[in-house]
Design a protein around this ligand. Sequence first.
Ligand code: FES
Length: 375
Amino acid sequence: MTEIKSGHNAPKPLTADEIREMTPEQATIAAAAADGIHIVHRRNRFPIPGTKAEKRSERAVALTFLISGLAGIGFIVAFVALPWHWHLPGTPQNFKYFTPVLGGLLAVMLIFMGVGMVLWAKWLMPEEEVVQDRHDDPTTEEDVLLTEATLLTGLEDTGLPRRSMLLKSLGLAGGALAAVPLVALVGAMIKKPGDALFHTLFRPDKKMFPQSGGHVPLVTADFQQVGPDTLEPGGLLTVFPGVHKKDSEGYDGVTSASSPTLLIRLLPGQKVHARPGQAHYGWPADSPEYVAFSKICTHAGCPASLYEHQSSKLLCPCHQSQFEVLEDAKPVFGPASRSLPKLPLMVQKGADGLLHFYAAMDYQEPIGPGFWERP
Ligand code: FES
């Protein structure tokens, strides 16, 4: 068993030639001494390489790195594969394991990586006690050579060049550790929302509404149809697509987040200056008395429903954006920068003989605040 001890005596200055003739271990001790570091005690834990005890220690350390690496891979798989959508209360909430599973796997990965590092240093690297003096001298060529030898000895001490099992398991754990921060980015690209944000439940559906040619009726929150007689002049009503059927996530026409729509009856004499291509979106198409806009503020998604019918302004209470209804809900004050999307309206006679409002087609612009994929 090799045991090296050195005292606190001041070292004799070495020449570059003397250093070149030393073994790496001798040079390490000389480097430490030259730098005011005194190796009080240094012992190689396994002076005879390849013993059973050394292999056992190596396998144990490799196992911790392997567990760390597998936990990292598990994190990536869980991030992509586990359900994470929030659903309406009363419907299955299968997203609730997403964050705990990710947190648990991340913890296992980091803990086992740390434990592996500590065990490696404690079980496989030489045991060493050192004492260091302070000094402020500039670096000499001899110092550079000695530092180089110290680094090489340090690498040799880790055993990496001859411990391939450790090297591979550490590579797996290190790779997983490096990949985890990328998962949020890559996983988010895999979980793209597709075109879901470009459609609402106002999209015509001939199977669901065969009597109206597929056009979706406008209803109140209790699914009552609305018609031209529902509102007084200057009035406003929040309406929804009359879709009763719940989708796979438990939403129907009233609870779907993109549905709320403001149906506005203008005062006599008020005229809307429509945007190009949207002049016929109101009702009647040639001289609209009714217009309908998305209620979801284009700034940050609050409901913009404070309507001042005399000034024809719609106000969003969250950050005070104002929309001019007679300019097709163009933002005229506040942080919103995009007009509220306009719903094309039409009227049909129902089975009860009364006129009812329908969506002539789906919204032609994305609802609510902009997101990174929108044109
Ligand atoms: S959400 Fe409407 S102004 Fe900010």
